[in-house]
Design a protein. Structure first.
Length: 573
């Protein structure tokens, strides 16, 4: 910028031309458009795609003689300082407090010329405002993030005293008070940290907590809607206290640091009862902890809310109401297999049927259903339990997982002797599920005779309804998933990120399904020990919709995104 050019005595358009950010013709076009819209020149240039918002913000700051508030300053603002300005005032006047000292407070504003707001900030904080300039989009994201954190902190403070933890297994139901007042002075910070981790995880609907030691710090991540997100990074010096505290809650050996250990404890908090399964694994930097959170308070999911397309829902309902046979659901860990089977049991349970489940662990407690928890340590295995269940006159049986030949053999015999059997298998897709059953050691003629339905499923994240927006997909994006542009009528949707969804753009999940009803042709292929490719080809001829196709249909309906389908499914070959 030349020495004779003074931006504080220039117009925004002149500054941008001097910086070679726009041309004279672009400025003239924007001025003509501005006469029609009566908007600000900078916003008009942004809407014309002539310039980015941050460039306009920088030029405006030069004109006003202020510094620019960048992403880091705003998005990492201290919530304690931001809370000095009430949220309603901050949102109404587009301001955010980001720092302070004894005499002044640093405040980001969209309009530093708003002297009434500047004066109100001085009265609210009793400090002199030091102004930074922010763009509209960045300010909106920062307000959502920072005040969202303030709200969560307040909720944690209110809830932290009401949490009760019960340590150990069913045989040892000792209540442990986690409040800092009940701990010794040296243990109190660790007790509070464990409490914060648990409460934050419950508030965010997390299914797993990962405490991962690294060289200099600990990464504490929680799995929300199937994706891990970091919530805090305490120093590595706190690892020993964290591990010891969780081992005490889980009735584990605090002296043993070289071997893996598994334990459990329960949480009773307002509105939720959780069973926490603890796994501890030695790593090169210390012991890593994974805690799985299982909600025991009730099961409020039904077949419709799972996300079945109408055609698939009709097929599924018809098959689960058959008097005997076998229904197998496959997918990786955490894909919602058990949830789908629980929803099926909820649909068909009645006073006329005896339903029994054998599980490890029992993930939900269902009224009117007999649920058995397997305990391998005392000899209560799947095999021994299933043999005992046969003498209990069951009509319907749910086996948590077919994991070996013994379990598979018993499940098949149940299905062939007049019982309806539900179970899960770890497999990648529906055709692979059939070959997986054969690999376990079940004879082909038994698999072909007992199977009624094979279904693979995945969970995909829903677009957050609070920040959902439409956009026009690029040709590259459509090609990535093999989506024909002719099938895309109008725009697709995505979440831009907000405090409600932790700036991910997603909130909640739904299932997508790959379903194979066992038609006569398919049974013959199984009898003949056909390979997986032949089974897949026959299933496709009979109308099977693949996981990728099922996901893309949800994209076109505006429920999820292309990015999420790429993450959750593989390309159909």
């Amino acid at each position: 910028m030349s020495t004779d050019f003074n931006p504080q005595f220039s117009k925004i358009g002149e500054i941008l031309i001097h910086q070679e950010k726009i041309s004279e013709s672009q400025l003239n076009q924007a001025l003509a458009e501005q006469k029609n819209t009566q908007g600000k020149l900078g916003q008009t240039l942004i809407e014309m795609d002539a310039i980015r918002e941050e460039v306009v913000t920088s030029a405006f700051a030069l004109q006003m003689g202020y510094k620019v508030a960048d992403n880091f300053i705003l998005l990492e603002a201290d919530p304690n300082i931001a809370s000095m300005i009430p949220e309603d005032f901050a949102r109404s006047n587009r301001v955010l407090a980001v720092n302070k000292n004894e005499s002044s407070i640093v405040v980001a504003m969209e309009d530093p010329e708003d002297l009434i707001t500047v004066d109100a900030i001085k009265r609210l904080t009793n400090l002199d405002p030091d102004i930074l300039v922010s763009g509209t989009t960045l300010m909106e994201k920062a307000l959502d993030k920072v005040y969202g954190e303030i709200q969560k902190t307040a909720e944690v403070s209110e809830t932290i005293e009401s949490i009760t933890v019960i340590s150990g297994d069913e045989g040892s139901q000792e209540k442990v008070d986690l409040s800092p007042e009940k701990a010794s002075a040296e243990d109190a910070p660790i007790v509070k940290l464990v409490n914060l981790i648990l409460i934050e995880s419950i508030k965010e609907r997390a299914t797993d907590i990962h405490i991962e030691p690294m060289e200099k710090q600990i990464y504490i991540r929680i799995r929300i809607d199937g994706v891990l997100q970091t919530i805090m990074t305490p120093p590595i010096t706190s690892l020993s206290g964290l591990v010891t505290r969780i081992k005490i809650l889980s009735n584990l050996n605090i002296a043993e640091k070289r071997l893996p250990q598994d334990g459990r404890f329960s949480i009773n908090s307002p509105g939720k009862d959780l069973d926490v399964r603890v796994s501890i694994l030695p790593t090169i930097y210390g012991e890593k902890i994974v805690m799985r959170l299982l909600d025991k308070t009730g099961f409020d999911i039904n077949l419709k809310s799972l996300g079945f397309p109408q055609q698939n829902l009709g097929i599924f309902k018809k098959i689960i109401n058959q008097p005997y046979g076998m229904v197998v659901v496959s997918g990786p860990t955490g894909s919602g297999k058990s949830t789908s089977l629980y929803a099926a049991l909820k649909e068909i349970k009645s006073d006329r049927t005896n339903i029994t489940t054998v599980e490890d662990p029992v993930e939900y407690q269902l009224d009117g259903i007999n649920q058995v928890q397997v305990f391998e340590d005392i000899g209560l295995t799947f095999g021994s339990t299933l043999r005992s269940v046969l003498r209990q006159d069951p009509d319907i049986l749910l086996i948590g997982e077919i994991r070996d030949g013994e379990t598979a053999d018993i499940a098949v015999k149940f299905a062939l002797t007049g019982h309806l059997v539900f179970s899960t298998v770890h497999a990648n897709d529906a055709p692979g599920t059939i070959t997986r059953l054969l690999d376990i050691g079940i004879a082909p003629f038994l698999v072909g005779s007992c199977l009624n339905l094979v279904m693979a499923q995945r969970l995909v994240r829903r677009i957050c309804l609070n920040c959902k927006e439409n956009y026009t997909p690029s040709r590259e994006e459509l090609d990535l998933v093999g989506l024909d542009p002719g099938k895309v009528k109008g725009d697709l949707f995505q979440g831009k990120g907000c405090a409600d969804c932790r700036n991910t753009g997603y909130k909640g999940r739904l299932a997508i399904f790959e379903m194979i009803p066992m038609a006569r042709e398919l049974r013959k292929l199984v009898f003949d020990s056909a390979n997986e490719d032949d089974i897949r080809e026959s299933a496709l001829k009979n109308g099977m919709i693949t996981l990728r196709e099922a996901g893309l249909s949800r994209v076109l309906e505006g429920i999820t995104t292309v990015e999420e389908i790429v993450r959750s499914t593989v390309e159909d070959l």
